[in-house]
Design a protein around this ligand. Structure first.
Ligand SMILES: Nc1ncnc2c1ncn2[C@@H]1O[C@H](COP(=O)(O)OP(=O)(O)OP(=O)(O)O)[C@@H](O)[C@H]1O
Ligand SMILES: [Mg+2]
Length: 582
């Protein structure tokens, strides 16, 4: 939907509401500042008049006047700038907060479709662009606008015929501005997407640093980054050309008007005589208009950039967050999960077809199947990371969407294929989010269950050791055990384990195995399993293939069946350390 600039202005103005006091103060400051310009022009007229016929107290009055005008100008400028910046920073703060809050509640699919640079660029670059719209634009508009207004009024007061003549040129100026304006907006849009590309290329290269280095991605990453960067440079230059051309053209027009004015005023017999001091004041005033007028034409660049940026900000703020219409809450669910005829697809191809199964409270269900058969997807439906297309999923007989989303997720602990750790200490990573009020000893006992306490205690500061970004100073197996400890500490009735397929040495493998067994005890566990021991211990094994559950039963039953499970078993998991995958 095309949103008009006016709607965006109006919405931005809405953000001013809480800061109206400072905003008006700033406008008053700038108006005072602007009036001093006209004051200066009036003063000039008086000085020239005094030169011709000096009056008694002029030598006192005029110097004092110039001092007062300068003082008022300084005061007005300061108050205007301080108050406006104060308002702008507040607005930026509020916008950033809203955008980030909105990003956090976006449905998962939304993130996956956008590159991560997109949201970063909005959060950092776009908000900055809106600041410049908020400050420089409002400043110029009020300060220079009032200056122009004051000077114009004075011109008309001095001689309205000459003024009309002078302003006959204004339509041409308007046309020049409108042409530039369209171009500014177009360029702003492509600059914004270049910034997103730059951020994207940089973050990906930084995150995938190891791959870049080992697979010789240096050249191609550099090329990709430089391409985006060069693109930005090109757009910026075009922007500069437009704005740099814009002002001399406007100035030339103003000068032409002035030239015409002087011609008319001086051509014998064309005009009634006006006093020399007034004519000098008229020319000075008309000349003074050029600068603020030019400033007014120059706000177009930042204004259009600001509008474009604000538009994308509002798109993010308005983005639909996850559906959360349920009203039911439970203290602690029993943990019975029932899937009935569940279908799901990310795009057109179905990823889950008519999934039917029941997990009684406390049961362990193992999900096995080839890579890409839909196991993780199925698990992701339980915490409602994605919404199924049809069928029903119930927890303790209540549809998942009838629970408050937050309450539903409180009932579920997840250990994922990729472990996510945040910068912070080991403790803050395990007692994360709603678990942050857990004590040191609770954290320690979770670490113990997860078989992690041993290596944690060897770290210099124990559970208070900072992990660095993403916990990269830990090994894969250690990270996994921390994730298990986190799930352990949460102590939720439903547990989802997406076992990592990455190979670990036998020692850590066994460690993790033990940890998992302890965590699974007394809760409903859906485990996407690649290890025979996990699979064997499960109460039921579901075998997935091509988006469907093709077999289910216990290990022995499935072996007897001589179907896909038996085949997978044959191919791979005859020892604890091999995986079903592929
Ligand atoms: N976000 C997504 N958007 C579109 N398609 C997706 C998305 N995530 C997964 N898929 C597709 O859905 C199918 C099932 O993926 P899923 O991650 O559920 O497989 P899996 O059984 O967990 O595999 P693995 O054992 O390798 O983890 C795959 O064909 C995959 O390409
Ligand atoms: Mg998976």
């Amino acid at each position: 939907m095309k949103i008009s600039s006016w709607q965006i202005y109006k919405r931005l103005l809405g953000y001013l509401q809480p800061h109206l006091g400072f905003f008006f103060l700033s406008i008053c400051g700038y108006i005072l500042y602007a009036l001093t310009q006209t004051g200066f022009a009036v003063l000039m007229e008086k000085i020239v008049a005094e030169m011709d016929a000096p009056s008694a107290r002029a030598y006192l009055f005029l110097p004092l006047a110039i001092l007062s005008i300068t003082f008022a100008r300084g005061l007005g400028g300061f108050v205007g700038t301080y108050c406006l910046d104060r308002v702008a920073f507040n607005v930026v703060y509020q916008l950033r907060e809203q955008i980030f809050a909105s990003i956090l509640t976006l449905p998962r699919q939304q993130y996956l479709q956008q590159n991560s640079g997109h949201y970063l660029a909005i959060l950092i670059y776009n908000v900055e662009q809106v600041t410049s719209a908020c400050t420089s634009v409002v400043r110029t508009l009020v300060r220079e606008g009032a200056t122009v207004l004051g000077l114009v009024s004075y011109l008309f007061y001095l001689n309205w015929q000459l003024s009309l003549l002078f302003f006959a040129s204004s339509p041409f100026i308007a046309i020049a501005i409108s042409i530039a304006s369209k171009r500014f907006r177009k360029l702003a849009k492509s600059m914004q997407s270049s910034i997103a590309d730059i951020t994207h290329a940089a973050t990906e290269s930084l995150q995938g640093n190891e791959v870049v280095k080992t697979f010789g991605g240096y050249e191609s990453e550099l090329a990709r980054f430089n391409r985006a960067s060069a693109d930005f440079k090109r757009q910026s230059l075009k922007m500069t050309v437009t704005s740099a051309l814009n002002s001399p053209v406007v100035q030339m027009m103003v000068s032409s008007a002035l030239a015409l004015l002087i011609f008319v005023a001086l051509y014998p017999g064309l005009m009634t005589q006006m006093p020399g001091s007034e004519f000098v004041a008229f020319l000075i005033t008309a000349g003074l208009i050029a600068k603020p007028l030019r400033a007014l034409t120059e706000i177009n660049g930042p204004l259009q950039r600001g509008i474009t940026a604000a538009n994308s900000l509002f798109e993010v703020i308005d983005a639909e967050s996850e559906l959360d219409n349920g009203e039911i809450t439970v203290e602690r669910a029993k943990g019975e999960l029932v899937f009935k005829q569940v279908c799901f697809s990310y795009t057109d191809t179905p990823v889950l077809k008519n999934i039917d199964f029941t997990m009684s409270a406390g049961q362990t269900v193992a999900l096995v199947g080839r890579s890409g058969s839909g196991k993780s997807t199925l698990a992701n439906l339980i915490p409602r990371f994605f919404e199924r297309n049809s069928g029903t999923i119930t927890l303790d007989g209540v549809l998942l969407e009838d629970y408050q989303l937050h309450n539903l997720r409180e009932q579920i602990a997840i250990v994922n294929q990729q472990v996510v750790l945040f910068s912070g200490t080991i403790k803050s990573n395990i007692a994360y989010g709603s678990l942050s009020d857990k004590t040191d000893s609770e954290v320690r006992s979770a670490l113990e269950t997860a078989n992690a306490i041993e290596f944690v205690d060897k770290l210099p500061l124990g559970i208070h050791t900072p992990l660095g970004e993403k916990g990269l100073m830990l090994s894969g197996g250690q990270r996994q055990r921390l994730a298990i400890a986190r799930a352990m500490l949460k102590d939720a009735p439903v547990l989802i384990l997406d076992e990592a397929t990455s190979s670990l040495d036998n020692h850590s493998e066994r460690y993790i195995q033990q940890a998992l067994e302890r965590v699974m005890k007394n809760r409903t566990t859906l485990v996407i399993a690649h290890r025979l021991s996990t699979i064997k211990n499960a109460d039921i094994i579901l075998v997935m293939d091509n988006a469907e559950i093709v077999e289910c039963g216990t290990h022995q039953q499935l072996l007897d069946k001589q179907g896909l499970y038996a085949e997978l078993h044959q191919q791979g998991f005859d020892s604890d350390e091999t995986k079903i995958d592929q």
